[in-house]
Design a protein around this ligand. Sequence first.
Ligand SMILES: [Zn+2]
Ligand SMILES: [Zn+2]
Length: 607
Amino acid sequence: MKRTLKTVISLILCVAMLFSASAIGFSAADEKIYCDGNCEYYPTVIIPGLGQSGVFVVDDNGDFVLDDAGKRISAFPAYIELPKIISRVAFPVILSLLTQSDLGLSDALSDAIFMAFGINTSDLKAQNTGNVKTEKYHKPYSECTKEEQDLINSHIPFHLYETDLPKDHLYYFTYNSFGNHIDLANELYEYIQMVKKQTGHDKVNIVPISQGGTIASAMFEYHPEIKDQLHKVLFIVPALDGSTIIGDVFNGRVNFLNKDFLYNGFLGNLGLLDANTARLIEILFRILPDELLLSGLNAAVDTLVEDVMIRSTSMWALCPSGDYPTAAEKYLSDPEMADIKAQTYKYYQAQLHRFDNIQALLDEGIQVFCVAQYDYPLIDVGETWDSQNADFIIQLDSTSLGAYAANVGETLPEDYVQKNTYCDNPEHNHISPDRVVDASAGLLPDTTFYFDGQRHDLTQHNDVILKLAFHLIAHDDITDVYSSPDFPQFLNGRDVRNLHTYLAAAEEVDLSALTAEQKAELEAAVKQAEDTLDNNVAPADAFGKAEAKLLDILVEIGAMEAPEVKKDMPILEAISLWLFGSFGTDGFSEIFLSIFKTMFEAISSIL
Ligand SMILES: [Zn+2]
Ligand SMILES: [Zn+2]
């Protein structure tokens, strides 16, 4: 049963982590420029995604709680004190296992969930009650200490990229992802006032990323005067209409509470565990009768949703507008929830006005750009995970402000004509080369960039997105998707980590020890890798080819070890499928009982 608990916790952890979108890092720089408002650049405020701020556990005196290594402990998304949790669940779990019935199992699981996530809960005014402290930077990146810069870069590998923007014009706004959403929007507004004062500029750029998009959206609604203070807005995969995953969870449409899903591939489909582990856990679920496992999981999920998530107005801001009314009716109708309901309703209005509020920025002459990603279904936590195009975490409709798209794996019909909802230039072709996306239906058809096959949680490893962002915050020459052949409207998803690792290994090679042939091969592979990195519009398979070629020669000359080829163990899958096919979702005790019963009947009929 411990495994079940661990599974629930790790699933929730994974989902929570995945919400954090991309990150953007800065290269270290120490010089202080202080232009007093007299330079060609605009200060830029990064508003990161979920979990991309340092939020740490503190004690009752407000001092940081440290782990065994003397490090501060992150409170996001949970604070797991394993010994305490085990001592709470051990006895009821053993008892329930032995008796194959719920002798305190559900209650214990609920308590365990609250022990872990309770640190992020809020009171009935939607104010956090847990002992946590968010690390704030009321100063530009250049003034941050080495530790602070390291923390920022751990969320955001900016140090790998260059930007012309002076580092004392870069600011990183941090916040608690479970925090009070209205307070966060006000805080962002005040933060921008501070940035203006410190730099002497009267306008700033903002870069809202993922959940950060909801905070910016709220600020536009509650502080419309902000439009006189912005130069440019660059949304990166913003959750402007929430995420369907939250919409599903808040409406009780949860897949892993569905037996046929849970026992039949759910964990593997998540894409977070390797196939064997997923199947093994699936088989181990049967250590308990299905009803018992399900009631335990249900109780745990109810606790997470009812005692933590629905008290966080920031979580509500991630609920799509289409899902809000039913979810609010379900969870916020009780009079004691009135205050939280009023606060969430306020953001619901901002969500409904998001197009108007962004249009108001455009009317003021502010440049608004957006980066959206597609061709991944949503992670399969919610029932509607594969019903629309998405980037694994957020549906495309939300991040693209309404672009129309075929579902993952499908294309627009042959006779499809682009909608031109927001583009009136008949010469523009806003249909993606793969015929999946119609960008003309999104609010910003000429300034939204689309990345095909890019996963939300790997956004920070797409160098093109980072290069684009760094260019846009420093320069004004790119005004739309037609400005630069390096940044057309439709680009490919990519992940530069392997190539960076291999190129670093190639750097270290002692060329004098190689044969002429090996040397030539290495040089060719390095060149191919560098060319691929330099080519923003490299075809989708170019990275795989360049990686394979470089790795081959590095292995041949002994500069890298050959990667282990993971052997599949289809046996576990076969066992799980056979169990599911033969015994449905029954637990082992039920299976043995039914086998025994069948044998007994067979023997009786013979005798
Ligand atoms: Zn300046
Ligand atoms: Zn257009």
